[in-house]
Design a protein around this ligand. Structure first.
Ligand SMILES: [Zn+2]
Length: 425
């Protein structure tokens, strides 16, 4: 994946939605000067949010024929010289790490693509094996000037929801269309219903800024234009915005304030397969060059989390929120009943805990509201006697008294809303 543009377009500030403030208040992530600027530390709650996003995408990708891989956080400098990234970005990145004895140089991984090329190269492939789709939540490191760092949207370490697809030129169009549909599915599942699409092509006047042959560039640009047309997507064309190795399709989502954020991107690349001498055996056993597609629907986990927080003001959908419910016993007298409900809910994988602080119930409710916990389960005398639970919904107040099974069911129903309303691929 190319070095992406981190800034948002037409940004209107709203301090109440600032992901840096909300993220800190809800205990999702922090920054520490001791660790270093631009290096987020993920707290337990933020980690749950992040893992939920990962699991969602892993599941979607599994159903779409992707295979997960894992690669190291560093790579030999020669790897990036071969890929062309060194000559393009070398000076703008962290300096190489030197081994103590032999004079070897390693780089903190600025992108995952070269590693995935080597995974592809580790085996012989026939045309029957393709497409191969390797996906990784790959953490990368890029040097940003300290003045340019901004919360989670501009950091020095982030994790891309990266994947590289290796296919034949005949498969390129279909594969590209599949990726477009996957990206749209992901956006809809996250509640982003308005988005714009941008085709980024070469600047015809500055052909020298790009690597790769003219014929391959033409093929790649045509494939993107055709895929967009066949999928009936309205897209603008931006000349001069292509990655240095290939044209791309960028997706911008609109948040609840009408701000556009660049998220997903799909890029076609004929160049890396050439540089890494990747091939597959064709029908007549001849050596053929695969085409590579780079894609990341979120862009990065950091970026999607920042945008989700600002989009929802921290009121995340139930399937993503770290703590879905809190049990609030009116006094210690009801703690045994509270534990019974806790265990039942944990069995249903509801992310719930008991607030057993020695505080008045009103204070506990206020704190839960402030922490944007969607469901509050209030237990007192009446509830215990009748094996019931009083439910409050964040922002709505009291929503009723439910039997234990009905209460659990309504929480589970809302958790499953994503999969019920969205058509699977
Ligand atoms: Zn890539």
């Amino acid at each position: 994946m190319d070095k992406e543009k981190n800034e948002s377009v037409s940004l209107k500030e709203d301090p109440n939605r600032d992901h840096r403030k909300i993220g800190k208040k809800l205990k999702f992530f922090v920054f520490s000067n001791r660790v270093g600027a631009g290096l987020p530390l993920w707290l337990p709650r933020g980690t749950v949010f992040r893992k939920n996003l990962e699991e969602f995408l892993i599941d979607v990708q599994k159903k779409s024929g992707y295979e997960m891989v894992v690669t190291p956080h560093i790579g030999h400098k020669k790897l990036y010289v071969r890929s062309g990234h060194w000559s393009k970005f070398g000076e703008d990145h962290f300096k190489p790490i030197h081994t103590p004895h032999k004079k070897e140089e390693f780089l903190l991984k600025p992108m995952n693509c070269p590693h995935h090329c080597e995974i592809y190269r580790s085996q012989e492939w026939s045309y029957r094996d393709l497409p191969k789709r390797f996906a990784e939540f790959g953490t990368v490191y890029r040097y940003e000037q300290s003045g340019e760092l901004h919360g989670l949207t501009r950091v020095r370490c982030f994790t891309q929801d990266d994947a590289h697809i290796f296919c034949t030129s005949d498969q390129l169009l279909e594969e590209f269309k599949k990726v477009i549909n996957l990206v749209f599915y992901v956006f809809r599942s996250l509640g982003f219903l308005t988005y714009t699409v941008r085709i980024s092509l070469r600047d015809p006047k500055k052909i020298d800024n790009y690597i790769g042959s003219e014929i391959n560039w033409e093929k790649a640009e045509k494939a993107i234009l055709k895929a967009v047309k066949e999928e009936k997507i309205e897209a603008s064309i931006n000349y001069g915005e292509a990655a240095f190795y290939g044209p791309k399709l960028d997706f911008l989502v609109q948040d609840s304030l009408g701000r556009n954020w660049q998220l997903g991107t799909i890029q076609i690349d004929y160049n890396l397969p050439e540089r890494f001498d990747l091939y597959y055996k064709g029908k007549n056993n001849e050596k053929c060059r695969p085409v590579m597609i780079h894609r990341a629907p979120f862009g990065s986990l950091e970026r999607i989390i920042a945008i989700m927080i600002e989009h929802t003001k921290g009121n995340l959908p139930l399937w993503l929120v770290p703590n879905q419910a809190v049990i609030l016993p009116i006094s210690d007298k009801y703690i045994v009943y509270a534990k019974k409900i806790l265990n039942l809910m944990l069995n249903y994988n509801i992310r719930v805990f008991i607030d057993n602080r020695n505080e008045k119930i009103n204070k506990k409710i206020r704190d839960s509201e402030e922490n944007k916990i969607p469901y509050m389960i209030i237990l007192g005398d009446k509830e215990e006697k009748n094996e019931m639970m009083s439910l409050r919904r964040h922002g709505l107040g009291h929503i009723g008294i439910f039997s234990i099974s009905n209460g659990i069911e309504s929480i589970l129903n809302e958790t499953n809303l994503k999969t019920k309303t969205i058509k699977l691929l």
